[in-house]
Design a protein around this ligand. Structure first.
Ligand code: FE
Ligand code: FE
Ligand code: ZN
Length: 284
């Protein structure tokens, strides 16, 4: 949800389209630095979460951050920026910081995974006592991006070794683009079983619901409206009715087009119809 005009406005925009959970950037997603959040803005954000009943909220880290960077200056900058992300999320009372693991830039998969794990472990230790968790997102695997195989996510979590401060975010567009075929009930069930075997469903904290403009295994990250892309409605029906995923925050990152209210409302309506939830009625 957009934070134009202040992070405090994101929950109000969420209410406008009927969200029960939201995800936001706590600062502009393509800038390294941001002014510290004014205490009044933090207070207003927390109050707006309360009055809208939106919970939990998730934060997403900046796209510039690459904790696997082989360039020392860029890695240093990424560490500082990620620390700031953790601090901002903590101040806002946001329990999950969703983060892309990073891109190894030619250093190789193993070296990249190790670098990500060492970096996150260090930052979580520096923020000892914080509630916010680093939630690693499965990726489409563009270029040298890490996190497109469940094994890579498991390897990072394993090496961090701080399960109470880490989690995983499953993005439907990304896993599909990475080659996991969730289009049929059997395919979906097989992918979830594989995720559970390799990562463990207990580590799953956030779900991103996006259709994909591009095909299975394309390794390209292009989101599409729910049911309008290469994944199709059946996968989403499986997901929103899966008892194993009940209670997890499910977030759309579908195109906002020119009008987020109508675009988001439409995608949420589609998903609630699949889950047999009528708009306005409680989920459970
Ligand atoms: Fe993401
Ligand atoms: Fe995502
Ligand atoms: Zn994406």
């Amino acid at each position: 949800m957009s934070i134009a005009g202040g992070v405090n406005l994101a929950p109000l925009r969420g209410r406008q389209v009927g969200c029960r959970t939201i995800q936001l950037f706590t600062k502009s997603s393509n800038q390294w630095r941001a002014k510290p959040l004014p205490p009044e803005e933090i207070e207003r954000f927390r109050a707006n979460l309360q009055t809208t009943g939106i919970a939990p909220a998730a934060a997403h880290d900046s796209y510039l951050i690459n904790l696997a960077s082989t360039d020392p200056a860029l890695h240093h900058k990424s560490m500082a920026a990620f620390l700031e992300e953790l601090e901002r999320a903590e101040a806002l009372g946001i329990p999950y910081l969703v983060a892309h693991p990073g891109a190894h830039m030619g250093a190789g998969e193993e070296a990249g995974l190790r670098q990500v794990a060492i970096s996150i472990r260090e930052l979580l230790k520096r923020t000892r006592g914080y509630q916010v968790q680093a939630v690693l997102e499965t990726t489409a695997g563009q270029g040298t991006s890490l996190g497109h195989r469940f094994e890579q996510i498991a390897a990072i979590l394993d090496q961090i070794g701080l399960p109470e401060r880490t989690g995983v975010c499953l993005d439907t567009c990304h896993v599909f683009a990475a080659g996991y075929d969730i289009r049929t009930p059997d395919g979906y069930a097989g992918v979830i079983r594989e995720f559970d075997r390799i990562v463990g469903i207990a580590h799953l904290k956030v779900i991103h619901l996006n259709d994909s403009k591009r095909g299975l295994g394309c390794r390209v990250d292009r989101h599409e409206h729910i049911g309008k892309g290469a994944i199709g409605l059946e996968a989403f029906r499986c997901l929103v009715t899966d008892p194993c995923l009940r209670g997890l925050p499910m977030i759309i990152e579908t195109p906002k087009d020119n009008d987020f209210v109508s675009a988001d409302s439409r995608n949420l309506r589609t998903l609630r119809r699949l889950a047999h939830i009528r708009p306005g009625s409680p989920a459970c």
